[in-house]
Design a protein around this ligand. Structure first.
Ligand code: SAH
Length: 337
């Protein structure tokens, strides 16, 4: 087996030459893979003899669940029997005949960050995904994709090299050629990773999961905050904006009685008054076995109003797919079969 899906055309050329093949075959292999070839037998442009030698591991869609709102959740099986979940969301695009599909992909099997309210943290991290396993979730989801969000299971910046490799493959002009402006990387706030990503200058949208207006509350919800506090985190977001010209957006999951009080909205507005990032409020999605609940709709509305009165731009995220546990924070590692 060769991990073909993780490789650039140049790396594929090296591999093919080492197999005694001409390097020009690399372009054929790369475009067949990125065109959705499920296995080497699908690469009909290649001679049969070569196809027989090019077995490669690939994520396999095992099951699909459809939500009442049209959101779909896919369970992908990986080579070693591990599984991850991806979610497909359809939005009306510029015309109704032309809906836009966003795929929300996972970057790790499980997650080691331990956020108190998130299902992906249950059971910890088993391993990182390869770049090819991330790409496979986009290639094999069964529809053309207009946006990719790295908001599934795992912490992309804790799998930095593979994430960047994935971004380069996804945007490769000989592959899907997706504009990185249509890609969002979401992080719980790994400051060194944010700074490293800023230095690369890729035009991806960075989304930071904030979830609290002060260190005390954030320390309880997100263990990462004990390593990198709020001031350090906001500084890294500022650097990201300076170096990439891309505005960072923030996620804030509203949790009843924990971070949803009007005074906390005011504290959040004060914290962000210099930077004025866009804020996505996410009414908490329930996770079995966790004590946290979402606030009543009016309280979420009031929280948003306080932010808006302070000049911040806010959206309250619709809850998509929560009847099939496909909403934010509900994806989890399944037992390996
Ligand atoms: N590790 C990255 C990527 C996960 S993105 C990150 O933390 O950003 C998933 C988003 O959903 C994050 O903002 C996460 O904090 C949020 N989330 C986690 N559990 C949730 C829940 N139960 N309800 C709503 N949002 C949740």
């Amino acid at each position: 087996m060769y991990d073909l899906l993780s490789q650039t055309p140049e790396e594929l050329a090296g591999l093919l030459v080492s197999l005694g093949e001409p390097s020009y075959r690399a372009a054929q292999v790369f475009s067949a893979l990125h065109g959705g070839a499920r296995d080497a037998a699908d690469m009909t442009a290649l001679p049969l003899k070569l196809r027989e030698r090019l077995a490669f591991p690939r994520p396999e869609p095992l099951t699909e669940q459809l939500s009442a709102d049209g959101t779909r959740k896919l369970l992908f099986g990986l080579e070693d029997g591990q599984t991850v979940e991806s979610v497909l969301l359809e939005y009306e695009g510029s015309s109704s005949e032309n809906p836009e599909t966003t795929v929300c992909i996972s970057s790790q099997v499980g997650c080691g960050q331990g956020c108190a309210f998130c299902a992906s943290a249950l059971g910890g991290k088993a391993r990182d995904l390869t770049a090819g396993e991330m790409l496979g979730q986009v290639l094999y989801c069964g529809v053309p994709v207009s946006r990719v969000v790295m908001m599934g299971i795992g912490e992309p910046l804790d799998n930095f090299e593979n994430t960047v490799r994935f971004l380069r493959l996804l945007s490769h002009p000989k592959g899907l050629g997706m504009s990185l402006r249509r890609v969002t990387v979401s992080t719980c706030g790994l400051v060194p990773g944010i700074l490293k990503l800023a230095d690369l200058g890729l035009p991806v949208t960075l989304s930071v999961s904030l979830h609290a207006p002060d260190d005390e509350t954030r320390n309880i919800l997100m263990p990462v905050n004990r390593r990198y506090g709020l001031q350090e985190l906001l500084f890294s977001c500022r650097m990201y904006f300076m170096k990439t010209g891309r505005r960072v957006s923030l996620e804030y999951a509203l949790i009843r009685g924990v971070n949803d009080a009007p005074r906390q909205a005011a504290a959040l507005a004060a914290l962000l008054k210099e930077d004025r990032p866009h804020i996505n409020l996410i009414p908490l999605n329930p996770v079995e076995g966790k004590p946290y609940r979402s606030p009543p709709r009016e309280d979420a509305g009031r929280f948003a109003d306080v932010l808006r009165q302070n000049g911040l731009s806010v959206t309250v995220r619709r809850r998509l797919g929560n009847d099939i546990d496909a909403a934010c924070g509900q994806l989890r590692r399944r037992a390996a079969t």
